[in-house]
Design a protein around this ligand. Structure first.
Ligand code: NAD
Length: 367
């Protein structure tokens, strides 16, 4: 249930429910923090089993976006949207235009993009009604699908993790267990195999698995539950969150957990458990920031070269976080949180001192 107590516990500024019976649109937008800039985060569409499940997801995801932007050094806040619905049946142009009209009413405090089950085509309909949207088609000054850049950033984070654990950043000869053969998991699988890795993959969707196996040489399928038991060097969550928990940690045989899925740790203390077990955890919101970095460049004029250069910096930031963890003798997930929180506090102090206004607004894209 939504309550002020719940909002204050994790520092959310605003949560908005929007319903349009004409198109059967049901969306919740959570704006977590706008200290560093307008909140930006993707829209996820999922057939949530309850409104409570959707609310919990959007609260967790929006907070993650604040930390992701801050740790990456972007002038953005954190927000997220979840649409309760079946992506196979409920989508239509009217549905997304209605959603776009709603986003417009928030006047730039929330800027959207793609997330799970949302495509560039869907965002193009949103763009017909609002300019507070990123990840639109390149013809309209957008950057298109962020997934390739997310995959590249995760790859860089994996390289940094391999360097830390094995003294060599190359994935050559290393075994990966990838959970989720979707947009990012599939692209990441290709990059890893090009680098000489061996892949085991699981997915609940047979079509996506078949496509993965056909296009990622040497990869092998494992069962949805067996993925936690694979004898591997790296476990790569690339589906939904919460898969690193008290039930899965005892089963994991990997030395590293690094992947694109948001909110991989079911609870923060699972990061402590990983440390005790000697598993290096590359913070999800840090290494999956490539997509956010990519869409954020739309504000200043996107180019592929600019994006790749900035996304590659995830390698150095990941190593920096490992160093903080060591020098402060704290788990890696806490080191990332500390750096993000420090940047938000510095931003707050700067804003209070020099700007003295509410959130700096995203001016919106020209048409
Ligand atoms: P996607 O929907 O294309 O892929 C997710 C895949 O996971 C699907 O193929 C789905 O069938 C599969 N899946 C769902 N439950 C599963 C389970 N229990 N076991 C195995 N597979 C399962 O989504 P995506 O864009 O590839 O995103 C993957 C993850 O990365 C998500 O958590 C997303 O929030 C995160 N992420 C994505 C981006 C991006 O640019 N797309 C950016 C940052 C973070």
């Amino acid at each position: 249930m939504l309550s002020f107590e719940r909002l204050q516990k994790y520092g959310h500024e605003e949560v908005v429910f929007f319903s349009d019976p004409a198109t059967n649109l049901k969306v919740i937008i959570a704006i977590h923090n706008t200290v560093l800039g307008p909140s930006l985060g993707g829209t996820r569409m999922w057939p949530y089993e309850s409104e409570e499940a959707a609310l919990t997801d959007v609260l967790r995801l929006s907070r993650g976006m604040t930390y992701k932007a801050a740790v990456t050094g972007l002038p953005l806040g954190g927000g997220k949207a979840v649409i309760i619905g079946d992506p196979e049946k409920d989508k239509s142009e009217a549905f997304f235009r209605s959603y776009g009209k709603f986003i417009e009413t928030l006047n730039g405090r929330y800027v959207t993009a793609e997330d799970v089950n949302i495509t560039v085509e869907d965002m193009e309909h949103v763009y017909k009604e609002t300019t507070f949207v990123t990840g639109i088609a390149k013809d309209h000054g957008g950057s298109g699908n962020p997934a390739p850049y997310t995959a590249l950033g995760v790859f860089r984070g994996i390289e940094a993790s391999l360097l830390k654990v094995f003294g060599d950043k190359s994935p050559k000869g290393k075994v990966f267990a990838i959970q989720g053969a979707g947009e990012v998991g599939h692209r990441l699988g290709k990059l890893l195999v090009e680098g000489g890795a061996k892949i085991f993959v699981s997915d609940i969707n047979k079509k996506k698995l078949d496509h993965f196996i056909e296009t990622v040489p040497g990869s092998e399928i494992v069962g949805v539950d067996e993925i936690y038991d694979v004898d591997c060097d790296v476990y790569t969550p690339a589906a939904l969150g919460g898969t690193v928990n008290e039930f899965t940690i005892p089963r994991l045989k990997c030395k590293i957990i690094a992947g694109p899925a948001n909110n991989q740790l079911a609870r923060p203390e699972h990061g402590d458990m990983l440390r005790e077990k000697g598993i290096l955890y590359a913070p999800d919101y840090l290494i999956n920031a490539g997509g956010l970095i990519n869409v954020s460049l739309e504000f200043e004029g996107w180019s592929h070269e600019k994006s790749v250069k900035k996304v590659n910096s995830i390698f150095d930031t990941t190593l920096e976080i490992f160093k903080i963890s060591e020098s402060e003798n704290i788990p890696i997930y806490k080191a990332a949180d500390h750096l993000a929180e420090k940047r938000i506090e510095e931003g707050r102090a700067f804003r209070d001192r020099f700007i003295n206004t509410a959130t700096p607004l995203f001016p919106g894209r020209g048409r």
